[in-house]
Design a protein around this ligand. Sequence first.
Ligand SMILES: Cc1cc2nc3c(=O)[nH]c(=O)nc-3n(C[C@H](O)[C@H](O)[C@H](O)COP(=O)(O)OP(=O)(O)OC[C@H]3O[C@@H](n4cnc5c(N)ncnc54)[C@H](O)[C@@H]3O)c2cc1C
Length: 610
Amino acid sequence: MPVYRAPLQDYSFLMNELFEIDKQKDLPQFGELSGELVDDVLTNAAKFCEEVLHPLNQSGDEEGCHYENGVVRTPTGFKEAYKAYAAGGWSGLSAPESFGGSGLPSFVTMTVAEMSQSANQAFAMYPGLSMAAYSALMGTGASWMKEHIVPRMVSGEWTGTMCLTEPGCGTDLRLMKTRAVEQDDGTYKMTGTKIFISGGEHDLADNIIHMVIAKIPDENGQIHDDLSTVNFFMVPKYIVKEDGTVGMRNGVACGGIEKKMGIKGNATAVLNFDDAVAWRLGPKPQAPKLGEKRSSSEGMKGMFGMMNAARLGVGVQGISVAEVALQNGIAYALERRVGHALTGPKEPDKPADLEIVHPDVRRMLLHCRSFVEGARAVAMWTTLNMAIANSNRPERDTAGMLADLLTPVIKAFFTDMGFEAANMAMQCYGGHGYIRDNGVEQFVRDGRINQTYEGANGVQAMDLVGRKLGRKGGAAPMAYFGLVNGWLEDNGKDEKLGAYVKPVKRGLDTLQQATMWMAQNGLANPNNAGAGAVDYLRMMGIVTVGWMWARMAKLANEKLATSPANKAFYESKLVSAKYWMERMIPECPMLFERIQAGADTVMAFDPMVG
Ligand SMILES: Cc1cc2nc3c(=O)[nH]c(=O)nc-3n(C[C@H](O)[C@H](O)[C@H](O)COP(=O)(O)OP(=O)(O)OC[C@H]3O[C@@H](n4cnc5c(N)ncnc54)[C@H](O)[C@@H]3O)c2cc1C
């Protein structure tokens, strides 16, 4: 049976010592936060994840979801766990108190999301998507929706979904076919099919509020192959009237659920919309004047906001899966006896030493540890930047740009590394890792989807290189380089930090050169940007995590010098930091070399030959 223990000590280190939560009181939602409140939330969340969600992870995977005649049954125990989750107030942790939530900042709720996803990703996705859906409805919904629907989602009585993908389109949403036609009463009738909808149908809650994108036909009844007529809608499974009463079943039905590689406890549904009553969100789109190009609707901004938040959430899933896989890899390596230490037997009275004596096993586990803790710091720093972006601080614009710049990096680099880490932890089990009963192969299967949904990782890389680098004359990368360079200069004279500052500086310089290369060669030939985007994103991920490790190493040195308490914890931070500098930063020149190879060879590849 796999194990999971919430990493509470690390959360406390990051919140209290690295990011100094008590100095952030001026930020929105931080004012009322006390150390005791945060401790209480995290301790209770840890208990729930360890004792309720994690024990259902393996059984949920074995049993999966069941579909029959439009009805979906989740695995045994999920329903009760969901009731307990909602009763515990976990569904509304980040929602404002005016909607019945706890009003906690994502700086804190990110850790709860991480824990629940480590414990049981398939389960955590039901409330996770609900949160994305009600957040969008809070921003774009009509007042009656905010009064009667949002609070029921916040309480967990109802859940929500995000419906974008169709059989003919996932990445390229211009191609969607689902259409919504306006009715005399201002509502719309929606027709079409959405596929791969996480939590699209289930038995956990009485109603499901679908957040759907669809096209409104133009005055000639045509839909266009662009985003101009795409709008954002709310489609409840059971119709909700404006006074909050729940009416008939709506014209949206589950046509089946997918049999899939992982997250089997989460129902991935086909949803058929057949004249379903839909409410458009955001102001009514204006018909373009003669000769004018159609522009994206206001409601779509709500959808993009929902997708951005979901991208960060998926990035955190990469950390979650790596954390739980690492814990199990360590447990196994401390128990399994195999071979002897290269320097001679550690336990000569035993037939073999513990697996952990082998440098390669230690390398794999340290790779996971160094990623998990470094990435967690980056994710938490990004939530802090998001809070600063909504504050009155003078640096708010820069903070917003940094969060925006790093969103695709967090989504793609963290999920690539999360999968890599889960695979390495599985390797520590030898052949036993491949055997289902041992539970570790599930992490590899579950963690794989994180690289694909919410925008495939290659598409995230194009978002970074094609959109975010160049926006506003390159303001975001310039702010990023200025910030990291400034910190490195301020700390460059500290001899104790040389082992961290110098490698990060080398990585950052290489990243700057790669950025220049992209600006020159990507503009000249967009295929050059496309062929190097994944390597570029990885380099930015490595440098950003490296910088965070340098910051943590500085703090660990200070703690070790001033207070010997938790010595092992701070020493372990220095080891993980060094690993990143010695084993990950050296990838930067290699990645740059690959970027500079440009697109010629990949474009010369002829898939029809051979
Ligand atoms: C288990 C699961 C759960 C999901 N949950 C949801 C959900 O809740 N709601 C929802 O709406 N969708 C959901 N999805 C759908 C998911 O988001 C899409 O599958 C994903 O965005 C990719 O779209 P696609 O499958 O159509 O692939 P395509 O768009 O056909 O792309 C195929 C591949 O081509 C490459 N590619 C495509 N375009 C580009 C480009 N511009 N640049 C570089 N490479 C490119 C990428 O490698 C990509 O993986 C889910 C999918 C799965 C499997």
